[in-house]
Design a protein around this ligand. Structure first.
Ligand code: ZN
Length: 502
């Protein structure tokens, strides 16, 4: 008989330091698809859902499409949003019957108003309907904070192996293959997760340069072969979450009686600890970045300045003004910035109309302490509906919506003003709004690392700005952690002996 496999997605990377709650509207702004609409939204894209659909087809399974929800990183997921999405999954099971297997696309760092560990809360609800015997395969982002309970509640758990995340489809395929082997009675997997006393590590997972993440993945592959594991994943963790278990972890999936699982997990955890201080990026001040950009950037090969500390992809507000202020002070020419979150300024531009000369208070409205609004005179050079499709290597083909968008030119800088918060990891963040990235000498982005996938190939140089403030800054000591397990590196002194004990 044809296997019926439920497919759903419920993602969030929760920055608990953000004052913006993640409500159902935040999901509507990014992605909230039900039932048959899921196929239209994801077919042909480089996403886990497309990976699930493609592998279901390969095995001749009948997909039961439930809900796929994703929101830009921000504060705790509201009770309403959690209940809406999880409730829909449970309802699908009630209506369609208990499926033969379940494939879930989760981020792995969801914190809700009621649950510090959103993923295990969701999995517990699902297990309440299905019992323990229905195979559940889960994909995680490389920045998941993985708990023991999540590991216990699923049968297969695999994470991305790239940062920028360009292997989403592939990750889902790896997950589904193992679920297929379970359904065939070939394997009986157990998931083991281990973490050490560290909040950050493996260079935050960067795979764009030789470094600890690439090395530990090679070690994971070697251990997989040596111990006949089914899968070994490494999570860099998401440090901007004030929850007990935040930080890097390793996940091993292996047969129930495979003693090699523990040996491999221990070895990987030791490697996480050993390499914790290695970083392949060297953040600079906005002023330094702007000076370097002015020297190096040229038409056809722009210099890229990434605003690391205000990255909406990690929960940053996207409206901090420090970088833009430095750009304006330097009187840059042929420069552009995308996107500054500022619905009020977008509305002011729309009211004034295209071509109008106006003065705006740019950005800085959500958290003025991270850069107050900038009073700037300029011209409205474009008004757009902010919907477009990603064309770069990450989430290729997926639709994104910045809400109403205005392009405001002040001096020699074109500022893309958006009504939705979003990380810029695709050249369409400029191109969709009439700005050709190759016709600018300097491009400034709200992104930490993902931008490299699409921008590095055209860049004459790259600078990453982090001045030690902001809720996605590397300066963890400036954040008020209350619930994190202690002691933990780098906030506390932890000896090697303490770190490596079981
Ligand atoms: Zn990630």
């Amino acid at each position: 008989m044809t296997k019926r496999v439920l497919i759903a997605g419920f993602k969030h990377e929760t920055n608990t330091f953000s004052k913006l709650p993640t409500d159902i509207d935040a999901y509507r702004k990014r992605a909230l698809h039900f039932g048959g609409d899921i196929r239209a939204a994801y077919t042909g894209t480089n996403t886990e859902i497309a990976g699930f659909l493609d592998t279901c087809e390969k095995y001749g399974w009948e997909p039961v499409l439930s809900v796929v929800a994703d929101a830009t990183p921000s504060g705790r997921v509201t009770r309403e949003a959690f209940e809406t999405v999880s409730g829909h999954i449970l309802e699908t099971i009630d209506k369609e019957g208990v499926p033969d297997a379940i494939l879930l696309q989760l981020h792995g760092a969801m914190v809700t108003q009621d649950h510090d560990d959103g993923e295990s809360a969701l999995l517990s609800l699902i297990r309440g309907k299905t019992g323990r015997d229905v195979p559940i395969g889960v994909t995680h982002d490389l920045h998941a904070n993985v708990t023991d309970l999540t590991a216990e509640l699923c049968d297969v758990l695999v994470s991305y192996r790239t940062y920028p995340h360009i292997d989403m489809h592939e990750t889902a395929a790896r997950c589904t293959e193992l679920v297929a082997r379970m359904l065939g009675g070939e394997i009986d997997p157990v998931v083991t997760v281990l973490r050490g006393p560290q909040l950050d590590g493996v260079d935050h997972g960067r795979t764009t340069a030789p470094g600890p993440m690439r090395d530990i993945l090679a070690l994971a592959d070697q251990l997989t072969r040596e111990h006949d594991l089914l899968s070994a994943s490494v999570n860099a963790g998401f440090p901007w979450a004030d929850v007990d278990y935040a930080g890097p972890s390793v996940i091993v999936v292996a047969g129930r009686d495979n003693r090699g699982a523990g040996i491999a997990a221990d070895a990987l955890r030791a490697e996480l600890w050993r390499t914790r201080e290695v970083m392949t990026i060297a953040p600079v001040s906005a002023r330094q970045a702007v000076a370097e950009a002015r020297e190096t950037g040229r038409l056809g090969a722009p210099f890229i300045i990434a605003d690391f500390a205000d990255n909406p992809g990690g929960g940053g507000y996207g409206d901090a003004t420090g970088l833009l202020r430095a750009m304006i002070a330097a009187e840059l020419e042929d420069a552009a910035l995308s996107a500054l979150y500022d619905p009020e300024s977008v509305a002011a531009c729309a009211a004034a109309g295209e071509g109008a000369d106006i003065e705006l208070q740019l950005g800085g409205k959500l958290e003025p302490s991270l850069g107050a609004p900038i009073a700037a005179r300029g011209q409205v050079i474009g008004l757009h509906d902010g919907a477009f499709k990603l064309e770069g290597p990450m989430s290729t083909g997926l639709a994104l919506d910045l809400g109403p968008v205005a392009v405001f030119r002040t001096g020699g800088i074109d500022v893309v003003l958006a009504s939705n918060r979003a990380q810029n990891y695709d050249r369409q963040f400029f191109a969709a709004f009439g700005i050709d990235p190759l016709k600018k000498r300097i491009l400034a982005l709200k992104s930490a690392q993902h931008f490299r996938a699409d921008y590095a190939p055209i860049a004459s140089g790259i600078a990453v700005v982090d001045e030690g403030g902001g809720i996605t800054s590397h300066n963890f000591a400036a954040l008020d952690y209350k619930h994190l397990r202690r002691p933990i590196w780098p906030l506390d002194d932890v000896s090697d002996a303490e770190a490596l004990q079981g």
